[in-house]
Design a protein around this ligand. Structure first.
Ligand SMILES: Nc1ncnc2c1ncn2[C@@H]1O[C@H](COP(=O)(O)OP(=O)(O)O)[C@@H](O)[C@H]1O
Ligand SMILES: [Mg+2]
Length: 246
């Protein structure tokens, strides 16, 4: 137990726009936490800052007891913090298996694969994400739901301590969402700390026990999905923009 991720007074400006504004929160090791807010709230920017894809104007990020503020994405991955992208990215013309194998070649992935070898370890991950039958396919021919599973499989290949999932349900059918739910729950049960964004609270409601809400770059509230969904400022943030709350 103990704190795995500690964000303090994080601020990120793009010109005149403050995308993340004096944002602070903590996540405990093994927790399963959602980050919600309407489109444009700053969720992806928070993930970009934590994973080293953007540098904050001010504030600090501590992961696993270390100050990781300003480190490069690959350094952060090698410490065990991995994120997926809202817009899925893969090596389109390499096989699905090779996409995961590349992730398993990262230092932490290699260590985890040591006993069984990269091929078998990557195949095991493909079974877990439900893509073993498509191991030899190039991702370019896969439907969107499969690509999202592959994205999570690649992240799992790096053997993370904490996994940041940016809108893993966006653009998926109900059935595809259920598959991803099951997959994420499994990773969580295996002890991986999970931090997940969504702009539709309903999608996270039955999945996470704790939700952090943000709006216009600012922290609003932190609590159970029920508490957060009923919070006055959360309702205002969503209804004010014509969003869907539940
Ligand atoms: N690279 C960027 N340059 C300029 N503005 C950006 C950039 N990235 C995000 N923004 C702006 O920051 C705000 C927060 O965006 P984002 O973090 O993507 O929100 P969310 O993921 O919650 O939808 C938005 O107003 C967005 O237009
Ligand atoms: Mg986003």
């Amino acid at each position: 137990m103990g704190v795995i991720l500690e964000i303090k007074n994080l601020t990120k400006k793009f010109g005149g726009l403050t995308a993340v504004n004096d944002f602070s929160f903590e996540i405990q090791r093994g927790e399963f936490v959602g980050l919600i807010g309407p489109n444009g709230a700053g969720k992806t920017t928070v993930f970009n800052l934590i994973s080293g894809f953007e540098k904050p104007n001010s504030g600090s990020i501590r992961f696993d007891g270390m100050d990781i503020t300003g480190l490069k994405p690959f350094q952060i991955v090698n410490l065990g913090l991995v994120r997926t992208f809202q817009l899925v990215r893969s090596f389109h013309y390499m096989s699905v298996l090779d996409n995961v194998s590349v992730a398993c070649l990262s230092p932490r992935g290699k260590k985890a694969a040591e006993k069984v070898g990269i091929d078998q370890y990557a195949s095991r991950i493909l079974s877990e994400v439900g893509l073993i039958d498509k191991a030899r396919f190039p991702p370019v021919i896969l439907p969107h739901g499969d690509l999202r599973r592959l994205e999570i499989g690649k992240a799992a290949g790096t053997n993370p301590q904490i996994l940041l999932l940016d809108e893993p349900f966006s653009g998926l059918s109900y059935e595809e969402q259920e598959h991803i739910h099951a997959l994420i729950r499994r990773l969580s049960n295996e002890g991986v700390t999970i931090f997940i964004t969504g702009h539709v609270l309903r999608e996270l409601m039955n999945l996470v026990p704790r939700v952090i809400a943000m709006h216009q770059g600012k922290f609003i509230t932190d609590g159970t999905p029920q508490e957060v969904a009923n919070h006055k400022l959360v309702l205002e943030a969503y209804l004010g923009r014509g969003g869907v709350i539940a």
